[in-house]
Design a protein around this ligand. Sequence first.
Ligand SMILES: *[C@@H]1O[C@H](CO)[C@@H](O)[C@H](O)[C@H]1NC(C)=O
Ligand SMILES: *[C@@H]1O[C@H](CO)[C@@H](O)[C@H](O)[C@H]1NC(C)=O
Length: 373
Amino acid sequence: MKFPVLAALASQILAVSAGTILWDGRFNDLSASTDLNNWSWGNQVGPYQYYIHGASAVTAYVNLSADFKNPADAGSKQGAKITLDKTAYWNGQTMRRTELIPQTTAAIATGKVFYHFSLMRKAVNAPATTREHQIAFFESHFTELKAGWLSGAAGIEDPLLRWCIGGQTQWSTNWDAGVWHNVAYEIDFSAGTVGFWHSTGGDALTQTVAPVKASTSSNGADWHVGVLELPRDGYADANEDYYWSGVYIESGSLTTSVSGPGAPAGGSSSSSSSAAASSSTSSVKSSTSTTLVTSTTKAVTTSSSSTTTTSTSTKAQTTSSTTTSAAPAATTTASGCTAARYAQCGGNGFSGCTTCASGSTCKYSNDWYSQCL
Ligand SMILES: *[C@@H]1O[C@H](CO)[C@@H](O)[C@H](O)[C@H]1NC(C)=O
Ligand SMILES: *[C@@H]1O[C@H](CO)[C@@H](O)[C@H](O)[C@H]1NC(C)=O
């Protein structure tokens, strides 16, 4: 923070109700998705960790464009199209996964913080309604969005986009094509609660679900901006595209405007891996050309309750590997909670639940990943 006084002044000017950006995952700092390749375990640069993806080039899974953002989001110069294709299997797993994870040492998993993002799908390459998709989730799945038929549910398909706590649906809506869903998870890591702020199109966020109890736990590097699709016998893979913009985490008061705090910084990101974006509110927003595209199809809310069966019986945890290689900061793992089937249950840097739901056991995949299978 070079000019604290100026920055404070500037943020007062624009902070009608803006908090402090702890981490800025808006894609303003990237010129192309290939910049994600700069990141590795040995060279942790840029705003995102990029390692959960298939074996093809990054452009098969992530592309950036101004066409991919919520047009009402003046704070983002572009959005990301995140894709699952036939090759999107990570690390020999049976799930298709394309996920970005915050690269930061900022305190994004302490106290009360807001995790912001906007999400849209189109009619083309629509996410399958016949398979479960976990979206914008934490490893321990204490909060996440889900779309499509829930694994283990009755029936064949499910058109809903849901917000879940510990796998249980708290809110849902039909996931219509072309509608931007703006979301902020209001996470209080101290109180152990999560609230849900939501709007569509260019509307300001409103608190749609007041904070509810959750097993909030995160090592600060396990928010998955992207999608994990569970396998389902008899359903072939088709290409799926997910559009994202306005990804950032703030503390203090919540920014409810979808245009977000600050204007695009013009790609002048420092590549320092620490909270480089913490002063980005200092750029005074002068944009007046916000195109406010209000969605014509207003999402219809149906409050179908989740039929997911989340077993809570506990099972002895398999010992995790002690091998280390260029390990991120040592972590403590959460105890007393249960990881759902298919969730991560161990690995270097992992701080989520290490006990698997009954019927699954924690299987070592590599030093970075063990999974309930
Ligand atoms: C990634 O590396 C390339 C090549 O060195 C560089 O031009 C680009 O600015 C880097 N991107 C980021 C976001 O640091
Ligand atoms: C990403 O962009 C590249 C270059 O324009 C293109 O070849 C590729 O097909 C795109 N990927 C997706 C998934 O759309």
